[in-house]
Structure formats: C-alpha cells, structure tokens
Design a protein around this ligand. Structure first.
Ligand code: ATP
Length: 242
C-alpha cells in the first residue's frame, strides 16, 4: 500500500493541458523522484498533490490518496495538517522576516503543542546548524543554498510524513547541491517519505529508490532508479551521456 497513490491525474491551466493521465506511487518511507525538462509538468504534479493548483489558475481531475485518505476535496491547509508539506521551487522564503520567524511560520500549518514545536526546531537546527547561527538575521541575506535549507527547515517545522521537494538543487553550486542532497537522504532516513522533482537527474537518481520520467505531461518511463540510470534513453537525454 503506497503512502501516496496518484491515479489518472490530469491537470490544466485554462486551455493549457499540463498533465495527462498520471499514475504514480510513493511507497512508504522512500524517496521517489520525478525527472523531466522545462515545462514537463513536474511543478504542476506537486501542486496537484498539495492542492495549491487553484492558486495558480489550474484545475485537476483524477485521484490522489495519502494513506488511503482522498485528497481531492481537501483545502491546502488540511493537506498540511494531514502530513504533506511542499517546499516550492525557488525557495520563496519570507525575505524581510528573520530566519527564526520563517521557521516559526512553518509550524503554523500544523498546530501542535509548544513542546512539539520546540522539538521540531531542535531537529531543524541539528540538520542545518547555520539556521541557528543566523536565527536573528533577515532571510533575504542568506545565500541561495542557505535559503534552500531555510525553505526545507520551514517545511520540517510542520513535522511532515511526506515532503514534496521542487527542484531543491536549482541554481546551486555543485558542492551545495550535494549538501542539500545529503540532507534529503538524512530526512528520509528519519522516516519522512519524499517526492522529489528534479531537473538534475544524476542527483535525483542517486537519491531515489524509484523514478518517473515526465515528458510534456505524460509519464514515459518509470522503474527502479538504478535501472533508469542505466537505461540508454535516460543516459542520453537526462544524464548528458552521448
Ligand atoms: P519547470 O522546471 O520549468 O518549472 P515543470 O516541469 O515544473 O517545469 P510546470 O511548471 O508544471 O513544468 O509547467 C507545465 C506546463 O504548464 C508548462 O507548459 C507551463 O507553461 C504551464 N504552466 C505552469 N504554470 C502555469 C500557470 N500558472 N498558468 C498557465 N500555465 C502554466
């Protein structure tokens, strides 16, 4: 029984169809990756799961279940309360707020006791010590990599069971991208399932157990990540091997 089960998911922004008949599973406790080029529909897929598609003028049909709970009729805040949190592409931290206040904002979606929030904060500081050191600085002063850490830390404050990560390595230097990847592995090792959307196929295929290739809104390949990494088509199109 997968943690996340997507069936026959189609999505559109007005007349622009972005996803067609997607079937995708995230097995419990795993990292599942979605690869694809610009405009393939990766972000739309995450928005359909987090139910934020409407904020962007989009609509979806099909079913999405999380531990058997149908998500189609839930409001985005109920999705967070159910344990699914999305880290948007481009970080989108609150630049004028302090690092500490950004993290506090992440806890709002999942109202629990102060003790749980303090525990979550301790865990975030363990994963990202820089966020403790720079707690009182404006988030806008952080580097791109640090902002990615803050965006992930903010999501973790809601104690998600499933983390939706949209291009966490985008625009980062290779060393920083690797650090972020290591942290994704660590977060997963402590029990959080991850649906990871990435243009950087080599990072994604190293992290994930299973991967899907999305092309113009359709799944064209899926399987164990090591098999995909060995396939000629993926090597040629996504890993730059000629
Ligand atoms: P990228 O990595 O470039 O973000 P992506 O794989 O995440 O690509 P999506 O952002 O999901 O792709 O976009 C899929 C399609 O939907 C594209 O054709 C895009 O132009 C279109 N699209 C995305 N957002 C909107 C929107 N708010 N309104 C209209 N069309 C949109």
């Amino acid at each position: 029984m997968p943690t996340l089960e997507i069936r026959a998911l189609s999505a559109a922004y007005g007349p622009v169809r972005s996803l067609r008949g997607i079937d995708l599973d995230v097995p419990p406790g795993t990292i599942t990756a979605v690869l694809g080029g610009n405009g393939a529909g990766k972000t739309t897929l995450l928005r359909a799961v987090s139910r934020t598609l409407g904020f962007h003028g989009g609509t979806a049909t099909g079913t999405v279940r999380f531990d058997r709970l149908p998500l189609e009729r839930l409001r985005p805040d109920r999705i967070v309360a159910a344990g699914i949190v999305q880290v948007p592409e481009g970080r989108q931290v609150f630049a004028r707020m302090t690092v500490a206040d950004n993290l506090r904002a992440g806890a709002l979606g999942a109202p629990r006791g102060r003790r749980a929030a303090a525990q979550a904060l301790g865990r975030v500081h363990e994963l990202f010590p820089v966020l403790a050191r720079r707690a009182h600085q404006s988030a806008g002063l952080l580097s791109g990599g640090e902002q990615q850490m803050l965006a992930m830390g903010r999501a973790l404050m809601a104690d998600p069971r499933l983390l939706l990560l949209d291009e966490p390595s985008l625009g980062l230097a290779p060393l920083m991208a690797q650090r972020i990847a290591d942290t994704v592995r660590e977060i997963n090792a402590s029990g959080t399932s991850v649906l990871l959307v990435e243009q950087n196929a080599s990072i994604a295929l190293r992290l994930a157990a299973t991967a899907y290739v999305l092309e113009v809104g359709e799944v064209t390949l899926h399987g164990p990540a090591d098999e995909l990494a060995a396939s000629d088509e993926v090597r040629r199109r996504y890993l730059g091997v000629v």
